[in-house]
Design a binder for this molecule. Structure first.
Ligand SMILES: CC(C)(COP(=O)(O)OP(=O)(O)OC[C@H]1O[C@@H](n2cnc3c(N)ncnc32)[C@H](O)[C@@H]1OP(=O)(O)O)[C@@H](O)C(=O)NCCC(=O)NCCS
Length: 295
């Protein structure tokens, strides 16, 4: 619990609540491991989740871990960082154990960097699927293909339909996350017979903008809701995290100028991605993650 102390290497570390930490100190921690998050990105995450930090005896933040109850049965874990000066001394594991205690009985999902896979493996997480982190300056916009249906900007009145569609793809309705994203994003939805069948959101993040989630049942529909975002960011920095390496959707992402910058591994503890996915042939799928942290 916050206030708990542990001796790590020569440091006496104290655990604290991420909600009470200074934003600049959190920002400095993520910069220390080369992550692009701005203070505003940390703030967004603090508003949708909770977490802990480990501070040294003069109050410097050395390590962090956050978790997000996406629904009563499923949570994601992210922002697991240890300052390079203190890595491999046990503080990552200490904070993860703290998170797991708070998440007892909940199925867990996270996206692990190479550096973190051993840590998660030792806690029982199982590898599932690669995530391709695509990013770059948008150099080409896709041609405006005609698509069956009505493509338009999303408004607040579309929120419930978006939560339901995302929930069918993600495996759990995450009303809190999608509701918050609606406040921070521009969105496009594809409607057929007045029903939302695909949507894509885009928001400020890190070095530019990130597109996610994109939820659709086919590549064609996913491309339809991605394309306006690409057009709006031509010449700008755009990022998109996807499980798709080869497909028409992935090809469009590459063609517009993004390339695979890195890969991470989706891992689960408890029920797997498959357990949460629908067996129906035309079920919606997540084409782009909200982020590596939120899944
Ligand atoms: C991943 C990270 C959080 C681990 O934090 P840490 O405080 O060093 O972790 P711990 O000291 O508790 O180590 C836990 C286990 O991971 C192993 N480990 C730590 N860093 C490692 C690395 N760079 N490569 C391989 N294994 C590593 C440790 O040896 C230990 O395994 P063991 O118990 O079998 O010896 C830290 O390396 C980091 O911040 N990396 C950059 C950011 C990042 O990738 N975060 C993960 C996001 S998913």
């Amino acid at each position: 619990m916050p206030g708990e102390r542990v001796q790590i290497d020569a440091f006496a570390m104290q655990i604290g609540n991420v909600a009470d930490a200074e934003l600049e100190a959190l920002h400095a921690l993520s910069i220390s491991v080369g992550w692009p998050h701005r203070g505003a990105d940390w703030q967004f995450l603090r508003e949708v989740g909770k977490g802990v930090v480990a501070t040294d005896d003069i109050g410097r933040i050395m390590s962090s871990a956050m978790w997000f109850r996406q629904s009563p049965e499923l949570a994601t874990i992210g922002m697991v960082i240890t300052s390079p000066r203190l890595q491999t001394q046990g503080s990552g594991l200490w904070l993860m154990e703290y998170a797991l205690k708070d998440l007892e009985g909940v199925d867990l999902r996270l996206n692990a960097t190479r550096a973190a896979q051993r840590l998660y493996h030792s806690l029982g997480f199982k590898p599932e699927k690669t995530v391709y982190q695509c990013q770059g300056i948008v150099t080409h916009s896709p041609a405006g293909e005609t698509v069956w249906g009505d493509l338009r900007a999303l408004t607040d009145s579309d929120l419930d339909a978006a939560i339901a569609l995302d929930g069918a793809a993600f495996g759990a309705a995450r009303a809190g996350t999608i509701g918050k994203l609606f406040q921070h994003s521009r969105g496009y939805g594809l409607f057929r017979d007045g029903r939302l069948v695909a949507f894509g959101l885009c928001r400020r993040f890190g070095r530019g903008h990130v597109v996610g989630p994109i939820v659709a049942a086919t590549d064609e529909d996913a491309i339809a809701v991605l394309s306006p975002h690409i057009r709006e960011h031509e010449g700008g920095f755009l990022r998109l995290d996807t499980h798709f390496e080869t497909s028409d959707f992935a090809a469009i992402v590459m063609r517009c100028g993004l390339s695979v910058f890195d890969t991470v591994l989706t891992m689960s503890l408890g029920r797997t991605l498959m357990d949460f996915s629908s067996e129906e042939a035309d079920a919606p799928v997540t084409y782009a993650l909200v982020s590596q942290t939120l899944g």
